[in-house]
Ligand binder design. Structure first.
Ligand SMILES: [Zn+2]
Ligand SMILES: [Zn+2]
Length: 383
């Protein structure tokens, strides 16, 4: 982990130098790096696996590539991190996706507080584990689809990649809970509240010990004065219940899946997170909306980009499906719709282009149609 203080360039330079020394020292030790800084809330100094953590105003920023430090059958077999499945699930089935490094930036409130309205967690990252891996909620797709079949694609550390290679945990991240112990801090959800392991005082934590958001308040090792915190449980909903206890910060994937990603087909390299546990490489574009995991951080820069045309308002769309007003219809447009539907984006650059089937509202079906269109499976979009 790298820690820097965004508020003081002098400290930053000194710390950067120190970090370089430490980095050089730990490169041979699996990339683990632990540098503490007094400006961070407790627990953040435990991030590792080449994550970068720093305070920025009222936020804590965690940057990571999202790849686990532990092995996985979802690395290419030629990758030294490849580890064939050796877990206990006799029904394990490798999904067709491979782990691709991301460019995550999680922005969490440094002083988390209970929200007056508890927002549902989105699909996609809802938090970050101490190894920089994304945490996902208890659903496989829109409409609160259960993880039933997904679970069989979880590797021996309980993670798996979705179709853009974004590796994530929906349930107990065994790589962390085995290494650090079942009661230790595991990570933070986007609202800044910490997530602890599935045991407490030697006992398994159950849903009955927790409120509807899957947490409770008491003193912890990191917060001896007491704090609201979530717990992992062996039973659903595993990480979070009915939504965030606090107000969620943001997550973006600045560059999206790295261009050096393993060879993938055009369909599966789209930035849309269609997730499937099917073992065969079914073309993603033909997946039903039911299998779409609707959060895709990789398209955020497009969403926040200033429209290229002059004038203050968004340009009028000339093209149905051209949600980003860039003159073409492609997977980025679909990704924007999915982010919008998941609540990760407040608005679309060209909202009038989004309702591709003319249903009167914008939903994952519109995104699926764009994907099918861009894959050449349908000839046109029409309202
Ligand atoms: Zn998943
Ligand atoms: Zn507790």
């Amino acid at each position: 982990m790298t820690v820097r203080n965004a508020t003081s360039s002098g400290i930053l330079i000194a710390l950067a130098a120190a970090v370089l020394v430490v980095a050089a020292a730990v490169i041979g030790l699996g990339g683990l790096m632990r540098v503490t800084a007094g400006t961070l809330p407790p627990g953040y100094e435990q991030f590792k696996n080449d994550t970068t953590v720093f305070a920025d105003g009222s936020d804590v920023v965690v940057q990571s590539n999202g790849e686990p430090a532990h092995g996985s059958p979802y690395f290419e077999t030629s990758d030294p991190r490849y580890e064939a499945y050796n877990g206990p699930n006799g029904s394990f089935m490798l999904n067709p996706n491979m782990i691709v490094p991301q460019t995550f930036e999680f922005r969490l409130p440094a002083s988390p507080a209970e929200a007056t309205v508890h927002a549902e967690t989105p699909l996609g990252p809802i938090g970050v584990a101490l190894n920089g891996v994304a945490l996902f909620n208890q659903y496989a797709g829109p409409g609160q689809q259960a993880l039933t079949s997904e679970i069989d694609s979880f590797d021996q550390y309980n993670g798996h990649p979705q179709n853009t290679g974004l590796y994530h945990y929906h349930i107990v991240p065994l790589g962390l809970t085995v290494q650090n112990g079942p009661e230790a801090l595991v990570g933070f959800l986007l609202d800044g509240f910490p997530l602890y392991g599935p045991q407490e005082s030697g006992q398994a934590v159950t849903n009955g010990d927790l409120d509807q958001y899957h947490g409770h308040s008491h003193a912890t090792d990191e917060y001896p004065g007491g704090i609201y915190h979530y717990h992992l449980t062996a039973e659903a909903p595993y990480i979070n219940g009915d939504g965030f206890y606090g107000t969620a910060g943001a997550v973006s994937d600045v560059q999206g899946p790295a261009p050096t990603a393993a060879p993938v087909t055009t369909a599966t390299s789209t930035p849309v997170t269609v997730e499937t546990s099917e073992p065969s490489a079914t073309p993603q574009a033909t997946a039903t909306p039911a299998t779409v995991e609707t959060s895709e951080p990789s398209a955020t820069p497009q969403a926040t980009a200033t429209p290229t045309s002059p004038g203050s308002g968004p340009p009028a769309p000339a093209l149905l499906g051209d949600v980003d007003c860039r003159g073409s219809v492609n997977a980025i447009d679909a990704a924007l719709i999915l982010q919008f539907v998941a609540g990760l984006l407040g608005s679309l650059p060209c909202p009038a282009a989004a309702d591709t089937n003319g249903s009167g509202n914008v939903n994952a079906i519109d995104a699926a149609l764009i994907l099918q269109f861009s894959a050449g499976l349908i000839g046109s979009l029409s309202p």
